[in-house]
Design a protein around this ligand. Structure first.
Ligand SMILES: Cc1cc2nc3c(=O)[nH]c(=O)nc-3n(C[C@H](O)[C@H](O)[C@H](O)COP(=O)(O)OP(=O)(O)OC[C@H]3O[C@@H](n4cnc5c(N)ncnc54)[C@H](O)[C@@H]3O)c2cc1C
Length: 227
């Protein structure tokens, strides 16, 4: 006989997956309504697209002002984009500024990858399995996971046996990359999902199998996971 879970309460009222532009906005709005809400983010900090993609030359191709949140006149007035089409560092700075200004970080858990989310019809809540082994329950689930947050790893013959460094644009490291040195072949310096450059100096691809964001060694602002 199926066990009824009707009287059980989920631990969270709302969980948002993703701390990109959309997740940040959703969080702000729900807090404004006085709702208990938590953001789970696979990356080591907020910013989504602009947290992960930090390869040289990464920048907006639409005008930066289109990214300015309009929910706060003060925020709109205080932020001046230094360029019409800002580079990734400035966009990431802006999103971090929003997070700090509205004290949103304490509602976010970083390095928290959600592996699955299942809705329980009887109990009317979601059960989430996290990559770190935890199980969370929530009444409402908002997925702000982006349309471009699952990088595609090119299948290039021989890439798995390539011994130099290789970097994928999405998983670009936070520390500076010496592109001149990287243009010479050498042994890989990372383990896990392969990051490297071809001896030609052309940005190259990692192994054919996609790596899990949670295993990529990038994290500027790490907040440890909590329930
Ligand atoms: C290189 C590049 C340039 C771009 N340039 C522009 C531009 O000029 N103008 C424009 O309007 N748009 C641009 N975009 C599109 C950009 O993605 C969107 O503008 C916007 O940033 C998307 O925000 P988002 O919050 O919807 O998703 P994202 O920023 O993708 O954030 C989603 C977040 O969800 C997290 N996530 C996903 N799955 C899980 C999971 N299972 N568990 C935990 N966390 C998870 C990811 O780690 C990520 O941080 C660009 C995209 C890229 C990649």
């Amino acid at each position: 006989m199926a066990i009824s879970r009707e009287n059980e309460s989920p631990r969270h009222e709302v969980i948002i997956i993703g701390a990109g532009v959309c997740g940040i906005y959703q969080l702000y709005r729900l807090l404004e309504l006085g709702i208990d809400v938590t953001v789970l983010e696979a990356g080591g900090g907020p910013g989504g697209t602009w947290y992960w993609n930090r390869y040289p030359g990464c920048r907006f191709d639409s005008e930066s002002y289109t990214y300015g949140y309009s929910f706060s006149k003060e925020l709109l007035e205080e932020w001046d984009w230094s360029e019409h089409f800002a580079g990734q560092p400035e966009t990431l700075r802006y999103l971090n500024h929003v997070v700090e200004k509205f004290d949103l970080r304490r509602h976010m858990q970083f390095n928290c990858k959600v592996d699955s989310a299942v809705f329980d019809d009887d109990a009317s809540y979601w059960t989430l399995q996290l990559a770190d082994g935890r199980t969370l329950t929530t009444r409402f689930l908002l997925t702000a996971i982006g349309m471009l947050s699952a990088p595609t790893m090119p299948l290039i013959e021989g890439v798995a046996s390539f011994e130099g460094e290789a970097y994928h644009t999405y998983y670009w490291p936070q520390e500076p990359v010496d592109t001149a040195a990287s243009s010479r072949p050498r042994r890989p310096r990372t383990s896990g999902p392969s990051m490297s450059r071809k001896p030609t100096g052309i940005p190259s691809c990692p192994r054919p199998s996609p790596g899990s964001p949670a295993t990529i060694p990038t994290s500027p602002a790490t907040t440890s996971c909590a329930t």
